[in-house]
Design a protein around this ligand. Structure first.
Ligand code: ACO
Length: 331
């Protein structure tokens, strides 16, 4: 089976820094609570930069780091749960911005697993031979979906984007596992515009979908339920991907997990039996940036030399949907 080659990466980190102390000024919380419960110290917030802008900036950097031009990209997969528009898609906006007229453009919504799903989808397209260079980008403006009167969620999220240009690499290590559990859909919810039209009767049809009934457009999270899911999903995704190719996870040089909560990563590390030093962490700087989280950490790990050519690495995501997934590859 062919593996992937990460040809270049890039990111967009909004300049506005919001610390735990800043949050303590608007909700009843403290630096100590946030740090000990999540591992977060600060996060970056958009000052009006749209999601597509962040995604395009990161994508341009990734294309340039790969030594390519926009015209060389055949496929764009954009992962986001906080797009600017229902349509056009994020991928089309990014295609326009980076000048990639030869690319097909697809959005995926797998929340915090979006980048991992995107990388695996890209590899499958690459394997057909129709696609030579795929751009996978995670971009989020989650802070526009935060309810700033709800201390249990608003402190957790940040904005940003990161991207990778991927090609095929014959004969190198690769495995993946992607999963979902729609029964957990109710644990993490952000509603869209409810059905309405000019002809709708007063007695509207109301269908109970089992999700929390709120009319506001902000994020709802059952933190405890998501936590329980995450501490199982992270190790399951990784060990399922490894089992497919009889790979010993102890041989991994680096695991790049979704940065949702340091305690989730610590618990998962224990379950898998890997030391924390093998897990890349930047949660203290950026908080939870959903589908931007894994590629932001990947880009940083590459730029700082923590991930080196020839290293065996894993990307692992889990999030709303519920979705989860892992990709094992050689960098
Ligand atoms: N500051 C101070 N106190 C707080 C805060 C806060 N920011 N938030 C909640 N509390 C309080 C609660 O009100 C509660 O008080 P009470 O005991 O008087 O009722 C107490 O702290 C404990 O609250 P818990 O919810 O039990 O706190 P917990 O230890 O579970 O941590 C957290 C909450 C951090 C949200 C945790 O549950 C978690 O990380 N869950 C997983 C989140 C996640 O992984 N999301 C990923 C998906 S993201 C995506 O898909 C877009």
């Amino acid at each position: 089976m062919s593996g992937i080659k990460i040809l270049g990466t890039g990111s967009y980190i909004p300049p506005m820094v919001v610390t735990n102390e800043d949050f303590a000024k608007i909700v009843e919380t403290s630096d100590e609570w946030i740090k000990t419960r999540t591992g977060m110290s600060e996060r970056r917030l958009s000052q009006g930069e749209p999601t597509w802008y962040m995604g395009a900036y990161a994508s341009k950097e990734a294309v340039s780091a790969a030594g390519l031009d926009g015209a060389d990209i055949d496929l764009i997969i954009a992962a986001s749960v906080s797009p600017d528009y229902s349509f056009p898609s994020m991928a089309c906006m990014i295609q326009r911005e980076i000048g990639a007229p030869n690319a097909m453009a697809i959005d995926v919504n797998c929340a915090c697993s979006g980048f991992v799903y995107g990388v695996d989808m890209a590899r499958r397209y690459l394997a057909t031979g129709d696609v030579h260079h795929a751009l996978v980008v995670g971009c989020e403006n989650l802070t526009k979906l935060a309810d700033y009167s709800d201390r249990s969620t608003c402190v957790l999220f940040g904005d940003g984007a990161a991207a990778a240009v991927i090609g095929l690499s014959e004969g190198t290590l690769y495995s993946s596992f992607l999963g979902a559990d729609g029964n957990g859909a109710k644990s993490m919810v952000c509603r869209n515009i409810p059905p309405h039209n000019a002809f709708m009767p007063e007695e509207r049809i109301k269908i109970d979908d089992g999700l929390p009934s709120t009319n506001d457009p902000y994020m709802y999270m059952d933190g405890k339920e998501v936590y329980k899911f995450a501490i199982k999903a992270l190790p399951d995704a990784l060990s399922n991907a490894a089992a497919k190719i009889n790979f010993d996870v102890n041989a991994l040089d680096l695991v790049i997990p979704h940065q949702a909560n340091i305690r989730i990563i610590e618990t998962a590390a224990q379950k898998i039996g890997l030391p924390m030093e093998r897990f890349y962490l930047n949660i203290h700087k950026y908080g939870n940036t959903s589908s931007a989280s894994v590629p932001l950490a990947l880009d940083e790990a590459i730029r700082t030399g923590r991930l080196k050519r020839g290293d065996k690495a894993a990307l692992v995501g889990f999030g709303a949907g519920l979705t989860y997934g892992a990709v094992i590859f050689e960098y």
